[in-house]
Write a protein that binds this ligand. Structure first.
Ligand code: FUB
Length: 357
């Protein structure tokens, strides 16, 4: 092949354009501005929705998301711009079918203890009653987890007068175990305030862990028969590497940040979570609802927008990942929920999902 400086002018120009084009694409990809093609579309477009906790109740799919809106609050590391004030529950008969927005299911003005920021909720059903679990800051700006009940999966829900005693931080996930007991997993660092509860008591001045300290662990507590309180002091959920060593804060592409979810598959417990500042949804496997859980890998690679949050649910024999990104708005605090199929390998590990082609 001739060196470029000895190519005829026309061919030289073509080579030059290809080289320039490749250089621009590389620079653009490095800056993260490359437009990617999403593998799935927002489930609704008339409101912004995030943090989808999906469940199948009586054969129908219900999605319990956060309801994002533009509050005009400046973005910061505490998530002040996530100033949500109510919940709307989405429902559909099948994946790919019509999605219904069932209107306001719970408004912050009807939660006696709440001050601001209704973040990622979850739901459960027991003995004819639906329970909506939700984090919110109380009137002194401390996050707790509240519960509200309804006879309908889409509400309206009536909130208890006080948050769940002994609850703190954010992102509840309520899991029904095979023996019929219910457990709540919860917690989130940074704006989710989990670092302020290291001693079991709130410390507004507590610091985040430093690089060589053990990472802060999520929490789990068994729920009482009436589903409105804990039967125990919340315990740490231990996530370790394959050598049973817990992650350090410096392992921030593997350690827990927020967005806990629990599901079981072929007799194993799968604890999945967001790594926050590195934007992955990871998972770890164990043999008991209390753990310990051994890190296995990535469920979902980073999506557009800072946050990553998910739920994993079986629907008619197939498994699905509900998640969000910022396709509609391009803004971190105005998200949209989505769904895609999730697949396991024969050994029970999850095939990682890239939400873009
Ligand atoms: O929606 C507010 C917060 O953003 C959630 O609680 C986190 O999980 C993150 O998605």
């Amino acid at each position: 092949m001739l060196p470029a400086n000895r190519l005829p002018v026309k061919q030289f120009n073509t080579v030059l354009s290809v080289v320039l084009c490749l250089a621009m694409l590389t620079a653009s990809a490095q800056k993260g501005t490359l437009k990617k093609t999403p593998i799935s579309q927002p489930l609704v477009t008339h409101i912004y929705t995030a943090d989808p906790s999906a469940h199948v109740f009586n054969g129908k799919i219900y999605i319990y998301p956060s309801h994002d809106f533009e509050a005009g609050i400046k973005e910061d590391d505490l998530g002040s711009h996530f100033a949500m004030r109510d919940y709307h529950i989405l429902s559909m008969d099948s994946v790919g079918g019509k999605v219904t927005d069932n209107g306001v299911a719970l408004d912050i003005k009807d939660v006696p203890w709440a001050g601001r920021q209704m973040w990622a909720p979850d739901a459960a059903f027991k003995d004819g009653v639906y329970y909506l679990y939700f984090p919110a800051k109380d009137k002194t700006d401390v996050f707790h987890i509240g519960v509200a009940t309804s006879k309908s999966p889409v509400g309206p829900f009536k909130a208890e007068k006080e948050p769940i005693k002994g609850s703190y931080s954010i992102d509840p996930c309520v899991y029904k175990d095979t023996d019929g007991s219910y457990y709540m997993y919860f917690g989130g660092i940074w704006g989710g305030q989990l670092q302020r509860w290291a001693t079991g008591k709130y410390d507004a001045n507590a610091k985040l862990r430093t690089a060589n300290e053990e990472a802060i662990m999520p929490r789990v507590a068994k729920l009482s028969a009436d589903m409105k309180s804990f039967t125990e002091t919340p315990r740490n959920v231990k996530i370790t590497d394959a050598h049973r060593k817990v992650f350090l804060e410096s392992n921030n592409d593997k350690r827990f940040f927020e967005a806990a979810w629990m599901h079981t598959y072929k007799g194993k417990y799968y604890f999945s979570y967001s790594t926050g500042d590195t934007h992955y949804i990871n998972y770890a496997m164990g043999d008991s609802p209390y753990g310990p859980f051994i890190y296995k890998g990535v469920v979902l690679k980073p999506v557009e927008g800072w946050t990553n949050h998910h739920s994993i649910v079986e629907i008619k024999g197939k498994w699905y990942l509900f998640y969000h990104d910022t396709q509609l708005s391009g803004k971190t605090h105005l998200r949209n929920v989505k769904v895609t199929e999730l697949h396991y390998n024969a050994d029970g590990t999850i095939i990682p999902i890239d939400a873009y082609r």
